[in-house]
Write a protein that binds this ligand. Sequence first.
Ligand SMILES: Nc1nc2c(ncn2[C@@H]2O[C@H](COP(=O)(O)OP(=O)(O)OP(=O)(O)O)[C@@H](O)[C@H]2O)c(=O)[nH]1
Ligand SMILES: [Mg+2]
Length: 400
Amino acid sequence: MNTQRGMRLHIGFFGKRNAGKSSLVNKISGQKLSIVSDIKGTTTDAVQKAMELLPVGPVLLIDTAGIDDEGDLGQLRIEKTYNALMRSDISVFVSDNEKLSEIEKEFIKKIKENNSKIISVINKTDLGELNDEDEEFLKNNTDKLLKTSAIKEDNFIFEFKKALVELSPDEFINQNVILSDIVKKDEICILVIPIDKEAPKGRIILPQVNTLRELLDNNSISVVCNEKELEKTLQILKTPPKLVVVDSQAFREVSKIVPDDIMLTSFSILFARLKGDLKSLYMGAKKIDDLKDNDKILVLESCTHHPVEDDIGRVKIPKLIREYTKKELIFEHFSGHDFPSNIKDYSLIIHCGACMTNRREILNRIEIANKNNVPMTNYGIAIAKATGILKRAIKPLLDD
Ligand SMILES: Nc1nc2c(ncn2[C@@H]2O[C@H](COP(=O)(O)OP(=O)(O)OP(=O)(O)O)[C@@H](O)[C@H]2O)c(=O)[nH]1
Ligand SMILES: [Mg+2]
């Protein structure tokens, strides 16, 4: 799915000439987008790169000309740099190990006036430390202080992404779209809600309520039925639905009823996108195919609830994944807000649906898992994978 520019988190890189702005943009993107050289003023016009920075989401990196540029042309470039500042949701202020100039300090004030969050990066640590006073200035006047050397391997990208997740505006992190980008005004969506022993008495559960509410808010047409009535419902409708959403447990049964040309997904997949990063969690689920005998799998729950007899994380998922992989697997469970310290011992993490956690926390966890090279997926996507329905269920939301 294409993300419009407006929905991308705009991250501007600012600082004096030769601070290493372009080198850092290249390091973060993993590509040689900007020209790097030891000649001051190498970057003239702002260089923009739209990319998917997992797990943060769609971003636009904006590399700019130095704020201390000189001459008439230099002034024009500085103006462009200010334009870029106006567009930035997050500003990255890059300095090196040399004493901060007044121009640099003034610029930090300008960023603050622009109300964007500031990550300051002291670059070129391989050449020495910045003096204490200036470091203190950066610490006090910016939202996050990171240190790196653009030419060395270090933890910078991880720390940087963590800072982005922490400092990004709420409306970027919690993009509250469940399905209204798929089902538009006047289009039909069927919600299939099985009423089995797990359904709470007299109620329907919150994800289903939220989905229904969003359809109503967007003037879409909602049709609600249980899986037994679905075939009849499809026959009665004069216009086929745009999308059918079903509880994961009934997905397989329902997928036989819903024709292939009608999009079908599950509530858990819609909520994996809302609550986490669908692409990362999807790639995590693909690793289920690579599991070997005696691999350890961590089942992570963010809240401590009382396991019931037929508990999803403790019983259902281990059983399904063992059956699917036909491997001897070791499942361990952990609940709470931290990761266990031995996370590297695991071949896969399966996280709960995170109904009690916010997206920021899940993105943080995905990033920690990534950093430790442990794939991470979640309950709904793992179940979809192990029951062979993932490909179809993910299709309405993600290009494979
Ligand atoms: N030793 C060292 N050199 C670096 C580091 N980062 C960048 N450089 C070098 O510093 C010079 C300037 O780097 P650039 O990335 O072009 O700096 P810039 O801030 O984009 O500069 P302008 O585009 O001119 O404003 C280049 O020669 C880089 O190779 C670093 O961490 N350590
Ligand atoms: Mg540059």
